[in-house]
Design a protein around this ligand. Structure first.
Ligand SMILES: C[S@@+](CC[C@H](N)C(=O)[O-])C[C@H]1O[C@@H](n2cnc3c(N)ncnc32)[C@H](O)[C@@H]1O
Length: 290
């Protein structure tokens, strides 16, 4: 007679041949696309993975808010484009490469170029890119080939976010066609507003970057003030990721909190997602226009 263990291996009982358990989906590594556990996930928890923390990391949480605010075809803004990760995520939400308008800026030309390269890798075949200026006047425009009526439009520029209407009001360089596009964009923003403005404060990450160049409390608050005047009234959002680990970061977080606390609650909802028992953890401020 066959021993019982042999029977149970040969014919699994009750449909166990279909796996009842699936491995958790691990986050994708930005560099090579592999799914694997990253160090930061070990610290802040992997979203939704079985047996791991259920607490969401700021990046995932912020993007969930953006997803709720942005509809295909909207105007979206990345006020600190840096290495372009957030810019790409926003572009995809606004329907790129065939709908919507993406505006992104950074104080440092290398950040603008890195952002442009990231978008180019993602949409290169679909979007016609044109670069003008150099150094501090660097501007890159992209317009989708596929789309009727201009379709997806992307503007990247080097400059401060303090009052970023220069992105469509400044006629410094460009031909009549550019000027007409500027006027159309200004009109669209005035009529429909901007559905999402994203800030990721601090310095440009990366080994070769200058960590002395950081966002500052005064210019960030001035920019938030300017951005709040452009936000779409029915559910547009401002999203601010604050980092307290670098010099000046805690003061900047405080300035953002104070500004957000003063907003009129009849028009705005402002909230913060903050770790209470982690030293120098980043925080996320979400401000919604009602
Ligand atoms: C933390 S990084 C942004 C990271 C980016 N969101 C990403 O996905 O890679 C902050 C960026 O803000 C930029 N910055 C600092 N002050 C600025 C200002 N006044 N206007 C626009 N960008 C600024 C820095 O150059 C830096 O690249």
């Amino acid at each position: 007679m066959r021993p019982p263990w042999l029977f149970s291996f040969a014919v699994p009982p009750w449909g166990l041949s279909r796996p009842a358990w699936r491995p958790p989906r691990l986050p994708v590594c930005a560099r090579n696309g592999e799914r694997r556990l990253l160090l930061r996930d070990a610290v802040f928890g992997v979203e939704g993975a079985a047996g791991q923390s259920v607490v969401r990391r700021n990046t995932g949480l912020a993007r969930e808010y953006w997803r709720r605010a942005v509809r295909t075809g909207d105007v979206v803004v990345d006020a600190t484009s840096g290495n372009g990760h957030d810019t790409l995520a926003l572009a995809q939400l606004s329907g790129a490469p065939v709908a919507g308008t993406l505006l992104a800026m950074d104080l440092q030309p290398e950040a603008v170029l890195t952002t442009w390269r990231r978008l180019h890798d993602a949409f290169g075949d679909h979007v016609l890119w044109r670069r003008t200026g150099d150094g501090l006047r660097l501007r890159v425009r992209g317009v989708s080939r596929d789309a009727p009526n201009g379709g997806f439009e992307c503007r990247l520029a080097c400059g401060s976010h303090e009052a970023f209407d220069w992105l469509w009001r400044d006629p410094e360089d460009g031909d009549e066609d550019d000027l007409q596009q500027d006027r159309r964009l200004g009109h669209r923003i005035a009529m429909q507003g901007v559905s999402c403005v994203v800030y990721n404060l601090g310095y440009l990450p990366g080994s070769g970057s200058d960590r002395q160049v950081t966002t500052t409390p005064a210019s960030t608050v001035r920019s938030l003030e300017a951005a709040s005047a452009l936000i779409r009234p029915d559910g547009g959002v401002l999203s601010v990721s604050c980092y307290t680990g670098h010099e000046g970061g805690a003061g900047e977080e405080r300035a953002v909190f104070e500004w957000a606390q003063r907003l009129d609650s009849r028009q705005w909802t402002s909230l913060a997602h903050q770790w209470l028992n982690r030293h120098k953890a980043p925080s996320l401020v979400i401000i919604e226009r009602q």
